[in-house]
Design a protein around this ligand. Structure first.
Ligand code: SAM
Length: 181
């Protein structure tokens, strides 16, 4: 059952303010530029990038999540977009972003647009829930198979890839940072 994100983000206890460790790491390698955060939630990663001087577009379908983001984004360089990425009008403009982030949001049909949306030399960074073992029944829509995320970007320069347990997280994830050639 998909989570009810409205209820989830309406509870202040669910507002996680610390950015994803992999994003913190990747941001250390890159000069600030233009970034896109897909399924940004309450915006912990978008806010972190903006604090480093990035110009950020943050997209999510949940009004409650974006309300929480807007409350903290005053004065930050963040364009907040409410859009359903599966059906809405939001399109990732080709070769527009120095960095595209995707943390814990999986929509397989978005990968071609992500690949086009990153400028040559730019980076895609993601952490996505992982199906524990390959070869079983098809994974739920929001989890990748082992190796699947890597394969989507196999022709990019893979800067980091791991399916190892993430400290402090119960559920397994696949994590990737890759540079478009
Ligand atoms: C697990 S949360 C991750 C939030 C954020 N990336 C983070 O790491 O804190 C997944 C997010 O995806 C959003 N989402 C789910 N389906 C969506 C869709 N079709 N279009 C846009 N956002 C969607 C939810 O509203 C939720 O904020």
């Amino acid at each position: 059952v998909p989570r009810n994100w409205e209820d989830y983000y309406s509870n202040p206890e669910n507002l996680d303010h610390s950015p994803a460790p992999l994003l913190v790491e990747v941001a250390e390698w890159l000069p600030p530029g233009r970034a896109l955060d897909l399924g940004c939630g309450a915006g912990r990663n978008a806010l972190y990038l903006a604090s480093l001087g990035w110009e950020v577009t943050a997209v999510d379908a949940s009004p409650a999540a974006l309300r929480a983001l807007r409350q903290r984004a005053a004065g930050c360089n963040i364009e907040v977009c409410q859009a359903d990425l599966e059906s809405g009008p939001f399109r990732i403009a080709p070769e527009r972003f120095d960095l595209i982030c995707d943390f814990y949001y999986l929509q397989r049909t978005l990968f071609p647009a992500i690949r086009q949306g990153v400028k040559p030399g730019g980076v895609f960074v993601a952490a996505i829930h992982l199906e524990a073992a390959a070869g079983g029944p098809p994974p739920p829509a929001y989890r990748v198979q082992p190796g699947e995320l890597w394969k989507q970007f196999a022709d990019w320069k893979i800067l980091f890839y791991s399916e190892a347990p993430e400290p402090g997280r119960l559920r397994p994830t696949a994590r990737l940072a890759a540079r478009r050639m």
